[in-house]
Ligand binder design. Sequence first.
Ligand code: ATP
Length: 254
Amino acid sequence: MLEVIHLTKTFAAGLWGRTRTTVVDDVSFSVKAGTTLGLVGRSGSGKSTLARLVVNLIPCDTGRIIFNGVEISRFTTRQMKPLRKDMQILFQNPETSLNPRLSIGASLAEPYRLHGICDKEHIAGQIEMWLQFVGLDTGILSRQPYQLSGGQLQRICIARALLLQPGFLVLDEPTSMLDVSVQAQVIEVLKNAQKTYGIAYLFISHDLDLIKACSDEIAVMHRGRIIEQQPAAALYSQPREEYTKKLLAAFVNF
Ligand SMILES: Nc1ncnc2c1ncn2[C@@H]1O[C@H](COP(=O)(O)OP(=O)(O)OP(=O)(O)O)[C@@H](O)[C@H]1O
């Protein structure tokens, strides 16, 4: 599904931007269809930058990204457009992910329009089906984003990410802005979507319990590098790296 090979990203740094800091450093991994790769690491380790790189929202400096057998690393926005249907990203903050000026219905209809799907009846039926899938009813369609709770908004963002049926979805801290009971409902929706549609996830979180519950494999990121990757259960029972041991211990003691 997705293969990332020796990916590197630097940003300008220093007062005058004359030096460069490496934020993603020689990262390689792959995600198979229908599985979840969890990505953990402390704040600032480069997780969100990696998330944006793999779906080509920002360009990499070096390395390769291969999606369904096609190398997309140097694709332009125009070349990416047909692929956007199949690879989506869900951000942590649903409030800033939706256009505040559009009603919920218009926000959900937008991806269809952008991808040239114009049959209004078909779109209405599909939106209704996806709302049901994420546990919301159609009464919500005429509302504006500010009239919804954080949990409702994140479900709308999930519906919006899923409605063109992507094969791959990056989840960048999808529940970190939600309270615990709502978190569980949102995770359930994501798990159902994976089971029903065979979607591959790259799941980024600080929350090690959540990552353990949701991932097949887990990669640990530290200062821009993936320092360890193991099947989920093995990472917790037999972490290989000192850094991973400290990360797990800090979480348990938290
Ligand atoms: N556009 C940018 N220009 C310069 N530096 C950046 C840019 N984006 C991110 N960085 C820097 O890259 C580093 C990694 O940031 P990133 O957001 O990827 O980390 P993260 O692991 O996702 O952190 P968090 O968990 O807090 O979101 C940080 O030091 C950040 O300041």
